[in-house]
Write a protein of this length. Sequence first.
Length: 245
Amino acid sequence: MIKLKLLGLFLMFMLASQFAVSADNEIYIDQSGTTVNIDLEQLGTGNIIGGLDAVAGNMTPLDLDGTGMTLDINMIGNTNKFLGDIWADSYTGFFELDGDSNTFTMQTDPTNTYGADSSNVNVDVTGNSNTMTLNQATTALASQLDLDWIINGDSNTVTSSINYDGATNFMDIDGNSNSITFTGSGYAGGYFNWDHTGNNTALNIQQLSTQDNDWLKITSISNNTGSNTSTVCVVQNDQGTSTGC
């Protein structure tokens, strides 16, 4: 009788442990083709749309290859992760994260398979302490890219790079203690519009189009008090050696 009781307790423990491990949701998607509409939504905490650094369950990747795609991601909750690679030309992306401590990491066409041209990308984030990384056309030229960010919250971190070719990048941020790092490179110039309201913000912009024109517009409202200090560093360099900030 004692042995049966112990066995029953062990089985209950194993089932509870299994449930705890698999409680979070995961999406593995590997898609190739043209003119595809993909809509993914996850509600709750600890969910993953992978690849790249996806860990739970070893699920990889989010790997989308093709032209004319539409990708709509909605993640509502905390500590969620959207990680992946897109090899695409003329794609439309809408990425919404509502919550805190979420991770958004994506790169588009890192090997210049399709060119990453004429894409329309919207990133909409509401929450605090989120980490976002977006690299568009890391070895290609992002011709006519239209990239828009709307971020509401505090202590968010954004790291983004675009290999320019007439691309536009609009970023609207409301909140305190946000950190923004942006690098634009390439050979055909680009436009960056940064609209900001908040305190204790760190902004680091480098526009490095080789022997071409870059444009930058900054509109900022801050009311730093006490130890709060906002810092802005801008480097525009079409050819030469930068002294940095």
